[in-house]
Design a protein around this ligand. Sequence first.
Ligand code: HEC
Length: 151
Amino acid sequence: MGRVMAAGFGVLCVMAIAAGGPGSVVNAQAPAGQAKPPALTSAQAKALKNPAAADAASIAAGRATFAKYCRACHGPTGLGDGPAAAAIKDVKPSNLADATWDHGSTDGEIFNTIHAGIGPKFAMAAFQGRIPDAQIWNLVNFVKTLSKTAK
Ligand code: HEC
């Protein structure tokens, strides 16, 4: 029993560190089945290279994934006005169609936002493990088409 509690406490600690905010931890891969790895630092996220060309096929795949996992909060055109938005307290789903990226505008940063979520409350959940990385890159290509600052 003591051992089980100690293990549980360890997981909680890792989760607390993961929620500690940008720059507070060095990214470390958690062993499978344990707490998810913390978000990358901004520099680490920026260094990620998008392996998916932003072509019509990738954007279409991203649009389909967005409809399934994201539209309820972010709305059909990304304004943050989806039907589930009203139920979230404190923080509103970001407007993905405006000119501002609050959590970073590079492909790698947008990937990291979707992959790791946004702490500490994670109203914007982490989609790692639910959406394969290749599909998250398609989502990056799609959400950039919503934004006024799409490059
Ligand atoms: C349960 C509601 C919800 C769902 C579902 C959701 N989001 Fe979010 N999202 C949020 C909230 C809330 C924020 C703002 C969080 C903050 O700023 O603390 C956010 C922020 C973002 C941002 C950051 C925007 C910026 O300006 O930097 C991106 C990108 C994003 N979401 C993409 C997605 C994608 C892609 C999906 C689907 C895979 C998705 N979200 C699903 C609620 C949601």
